[in-house]
Design a protein around this ligand. Sequence first.
Ligand code: FES
Length: 497
Amino acid sequence: MAQLLSLSRAAQLIGVTRGDLQKKIRDGELAAYDGLVDGADLQRVYPALRLEESGAFERVAQIKEQAFSRRMRERLLPSQEVLAQRLFAQGQELDSLRRHLARYHDLVVALREKIDGRARAAPAGLAAPLRELGGMLDDGLAAVLGSQETLDTVAVMDDMLRVMTAQVTLRPSGHEFFVEGSETILEAALHAGLAPAYGCGNGNCGLCKARVVAGETRQIRNTDYPLSEAERAQNYRLLCAHTAVSDLVIEMVEAQSPADIPEQQIVARVRSAAALDAETMLLHLQTPRSNRLRFLAGQNVTLGYAGGGIDFRGDYPVASCPCDDRNLLFHITRADAESGDGFAARLFAGAVHPGDPVNVWGPFGDFVLRPERGLPLAFLCCDAGFAPVRSLVEHALSLDGFPEIAVYWAATRPGGQYLANQCRAWAEALDHFSYRALDATDGADAGRQAAAALMAAGQATADAGIYIAGGHAFAEAAQRMLLAAGVPSGRVVAAVL
Ligand code: FES
């Protein structure tokens, strides 16, 4: 019987991205049936998966060991209760299969006896074909019972992963993600780059409640928010307080655009403020556990610092991913400080310290990823325009649905790519990620160089989503050149910083 797997599960199983699988499906190398792929087909396309006689169990054991040790390191092992419930569910499945097999066996034995009885009582002309039929049954049984079939690698690994993780499918979007270890369903959705509705993240506001259509959950965090009788009867759960015990189907409201994200005001604390280079500071803020910032990658916030009766403020793009909504990163430049930005001036004056409270208002801005999974992405940035790009790249990597991601980072001063190591690490770790640093004389030169490099690499295709972030001269020059070369204007999104 064919073993059909969702794309997410298959990608997790093989250790490739969903984008890789989607490309193989588009190229006709892998067949898909209603969004599912066949396990045997996967083994054909990824032969390394095949359990040959030698090393088969070692490979499974190695994968299992790596999975366990990694999760142990990251403290992501599911709780004992969840593991026990998942193993119990698999035990029930096995028991059901075992009982089916026993019934088939009894049926075959009864049939064999019946044939023997009929053959003994039959006239000579009929006895011979009946004995022949009995012989065929014996041979068939001997072949089945004596066969040394190779283990189905996909089935073995899928069973193992089903104990370690649970898959969640959302309605109506069809988005899929995995709940690992002791994550709540809300945390897992955010880690997967999705934008679920939520508020406090701490069981108080009720904004994360959603209806579980299928599957089993378990409460792992305390809550103060009372669900009504009717909500409980309809299987509503607070996603910030429950984990998945089995694979789930959930009806969940997801933000489709910046308009769906409410404006918030939060008091965060400074974790650290450190120089990335002579011109750029990395500011790390942490929000309270019960009051996180909900935002989309690429959006801005206003930061305010009260001191000496004056409110020092500035607007900045968030440079971190919404998948970690408690830790907010910002790249703040000396140029910001020199242009009259009070918050940046205070930061560069060394007057912002760990533990200081900072007001965060927002988010705002629509420099966000369009919902176009399956298409390539290109990011062009100049100087600190890398800040929103970093957030978008991390978000795109979490979503795991883009076949190609390219970053072109132009700097208007020598060595101005202050996080080049980060980009090189992505490029080394990910086959579908490429990075190029460009040195320019000014913003306009940077824009022309970035656009020219993108086109020369053949990445300014009609279906690519192109995101441009930097100063006015940079964004204008890059946009003008791309549009003049025939790139559709609807494919280009720019943020002027
Ligand atoms: S996010 Fe507030 S109760 Fe879950």
